[in-house]
Design a protein around this ligand. Structure first.
Ligand code: DGY
Length: 327
């Protein structure tokens, strides 16, 4: 039997490629070249499935131009890089990798919160620059994390994992979400209390963004929202670029209208706004919240499981548009 042809759009763990090769004729990109859209579209031609990452845009045109394509399997929980509606219209399955990254991503949100509130990277840069020559009572005064109020926007599985960790810090948790989560989940999430977005922004000492991107939440944190936050507050974004208006955030940070921000995601990343680099009150990381070795492996294998199921007549465990599976 001839094997289905698939494309792996970016470099991935070699053993995952080997696993895929047991089922498919694999065209991979282990050199990790960023494929221009036209080249990507060309490579998708004739493929039965594609293994994608958040950096490739899978557009309606690309999907419509490839009648042989049956599945697009993203190695990420977020899937705003894929036009899922167009895929559904074209009968193409789309999958993501939920759950396997919840705890690792929540750990990293905390790493950013602690580094941001307690000025860890800023003070380390200062020390490395040879500027430490005496102890002073006010060297790098930061904000307390313990005992403070944590505001989480987006109370899905990652938001809940972030909230659970706050118990050890004796924090109060307030959250905002499209809708209130079940009372038993709120209880597990350190008795998180559902509030409106405005109340959250005005009340929280630390705000964390953990919601998926969609056009409806584009720039939901902009100049107006940043002005509502306490001047001593911090903002952490481990969600997606585009949720925060980066230009407005830069203005607010420069004017110290909020204390600091910890950012793992940016608009137009990796070509993020260079003005961030001129600010000392930001902690900047290159979209690595899920990047522990076991979790990135789990994500890659989860995407592979989905692709194998999709192209061998099974039901992909993480299908986002189940309506396309017939029978
Ligand atoms: C995700 O899974 O959406 C992450 O942002 C990718 O690391």
């Amino acid at each position: 039997m001839t094997k289905a042809r698939i494309l792996v759009t970016r470099a991935v763990f070699p053993d995952v490629i080997e696993r895929l090769e047991q089922y498919f004729e694999v065209e991979s990109n282990q050199d990790d070249r960023i494929l221009p859209a036209s080249e990507l579209a060309e490579k998708v031609k004739g493929k039965g499935g594609i293994f994608t990452t958040p950096s490739e845009r899978i557009t309606a045109d690309m999907l419509a131009a490839n009648p042989s394509l049956k599945a697009v399997c993203n190695m990420a929980v977020g899937f705003n890089n894929i036009d899922v509606d167009a895929a559904t219209k074209a009968g193409i399955m789309v999958t993501n990798t939920p759950d396997v990254l919840n705890e690792t991503t929540a750990d990293f949100a905390w790493a950013l919160l602690l580094a941001t509130a307690r000025r860890v990277t800023e003070s380390e840069h200062w020390l490395r620059a040879g500027k430490w020559n005496k102890w002073r009572f006010d060297t790098f005064l930061g904000a307390d994390v313990h005992g403070s109020t944590l505001g989480i926007i987006g109370m899905g599985r990652i938001g809940q994992a972030i909230a659970r960790r706050s118990m050890g810090f004796d924090m109060k948790v307030i959250y905002h979400n499209r809708s209130r989560v079940a009372p038993e989940l709120e209880a597990r999430a350190n008795n998180a209390r559902y509030v409106g977005k405005e109340e959250l922004l005005k009340t929280a000492d630390h705000v964390m963004l953990a919601l998926p991107y969609s056009p409806q939440v584009h720039h939901i944190i902009g100049a107006v929202e940043l002005a509502m936050m306490k001047p001593t507050a911090t903002l952490v974004n481990i969600a997606r670029g585009g949720i925060v208006d980066d230009a407005a955030l830069i203005v607010a940070l420069r004017a110290n209208r909020l204390a600091a921000a910890g950012l793992d995601v940016f608009e137009n990343e990796p070509a993020f706004d260079p003005a961030f680099l001129s600010l000392s009150n930001v902690v900047l990381t290159p979209h690595i919240a899920s990047a522990s070795e076991p979790t990135r492996r789990a994500m890659a294998n989860c995407a592979a499981d989905n692709l194998i199921a999709a192209l061998t007549g099974g039901n992909p465990p993480n299908i986002l548009n189940p309506g396309v599976i017939k029978g």
